[in-house]
Design a protein around this ligand. Structure first.
Ligand code: PMH
Length: 395
């Protein structure tokens, strides 16, 4: 079972990930950074749905210095795949799991002095110290310390167990870097500078790792690059928001596309219905309807039916009727052969359906689109036009 898993798929729906696009995006974003600023490739959530191991390796070979993930499990998966680069867990890790982080040389985010006390019991001189970055909440309101008192308490706890915790860096996260108005970002930066000064003074670290920039910040506020930028969405070729899309001068190429094939074609009489609820009725005599094997269990949620289109033979075709768990229907301009390729996200000829278009349709942000395409859709990983890996989590 084990050897077979992941290497093949037996359905006509798949996602393609173009590693050359990711490589190029990393290179281009890096070119815009100030001299000496490093690049953290944010590969949490299976690299925003693209496949964490391949994206991580590609980003590292394109010049990324380190990786960011959300949870310890994601860091361990990368280690098990042979990735040796520094990895920072951006989210909370349970103190009882700190020893595992130490063992696998995974850097943790710290911001609570009690956490240090609890984790200290779990880490031994044998596992070695766990590397830590201090997280400061300067206005995101998610995780991080907020006051001088909280910083002092954390610093004291770390000093008390100096053989168990190795403070390497300090960081924060911006809440509004993808909006035109910069007032809130400037305010967050000012607060961060305050903690940065206190951090340097207290730790005596001459050259700490300092970072605050997500994609929007890295692309729009060069002066906030510090020693490292943490780039997710734009590495995948997507703009952080529609609001600032016009400001972004770095050319980005979308790496993710989603495809399927026609499994069944039929002609309906006027008034005949399609799918649950029989909500769609053929308005013309002899309307051609195609069935595609993708549905809401694939993350292709039902809301895609309202106003949604796909590409077939280089043309747009509307989704008709309700989207089912595993299948949906489209109206075809003419009869097409079973097996004809359908593109749900991506390009066919001159037509493109971008992740941004799907996000607008679903009234959400582009980040959600590749993330929501579920485990059931195999990821076909391409480099230089060749399929190099296939990830099928089902079989
Ligand atoms: N750093 C942290 C702490 C993050 O949470 C994220 C993204 C990034 C960097 C990368 O941001 P980018 O993709 O805009 O470049 N985190 C999230 C999130 O929690 N929800 O959406 C994006």
């Amino acid at each position: 079972m084990r050897t077979r898993k992941n290497h093949a798929f037996y359905r006509d729906t798949w996602a393609e990930v173009n590693l050359n696009a990711i490589e190029q995006n990393v290179t281009r974003i890096k070119q815009g950074l100030p001299e000496g600023a490093g690049f953290m490739a944010v590969v949490k959530a299976n690299a925003y749905g693209h496949g964490a191991v391949d994206v991580a390796k590609t980003a590292l070979s394109a010049g990324a210095a380190c990786l960011g993930v959300a949870i310890l499990d994601e860091a361990l998966a990368l280690r098990h795949a042979g990735v040796e680069a520094p990895i920072l867990v951006l989210g909370y890790v349970r103190p009882e799991d700190a020893s595992l982080a130490a063992k696998y040389n995974v850097t943790l985010t710290v911001f609570q002095h009690e956490w240090i006390e609890e984790a200290a019991v779990q880490i031994s001189e044998r596992t070695g110290p766990v590397k830590c970055h201090v997280k400061v909440d300067t206005g995101m309101g998610r995780i991080g310390l907020r006051t001088d008192g909280e910083w002092e308490a954390l610093a004291s706890a770390v000093e008390k167990y100096s053989s168990l915790f190795q403070l390497e860096g300090i960081y924060t996260h911006f809440a509004t870097a993808d909006e035109i108005d910069d007032a809130y970002v400037r305010e967050q930066h000012r607060k961060f500078e305050h903690f940065l000064t206190a951090f340097k003074k207290r730790t005596g670290l001459g050259n700490p790792v300092v970072h605050s920039a997500n994609s929007a910040t890295a692309l729009r506020y060069r002066e906030y690059a510090h020693t490292l930028v943490r780039v997710g969405i734009s590495m995948y070729g997507l703009v952080p928001s529609e609001e600032i899309a016009g400001e972004i001068t770095v050319p980005l190429e979308q790496a993710f596309s989603l495809h399927s094939r026609i499994t069944h074609v039929k002609q309906l009489n006027r008034g005949e219905a399609v799918s649950y609820g029989a909500t769609y009725r053929a308005s013309d005599e002899g309307e051609w309807i195609g069935t595609i094997p993708i549905g809401y269990a694939d993350g292709w949620i039902r809301a895609n039916a309202s106003g949604g289109e796909v590409l077939i033979n280089g043309e747009r075709a509307p989704i008709v009727g309700r989207i089912c768990m595993d299948q949906m229907m489209i109206r075809l301009p003419e009869e097409v052969a079973r097996g004809t390729r359908v593109t749900l996200i991506g390009q066919q000829g001159k037509e493109v359906i971008s992740a941004d278009e799907v996000a607008r349709r679903l009234d959400t942000i582009n980040y959600e689109i590749p993330c929501m395409i579920s485990y059931r859709v195999p990821r076909a990983i391409y480099r230089d036009g060749h399929l190099i890996h296939l990830h099928n989590e089902v079989f």
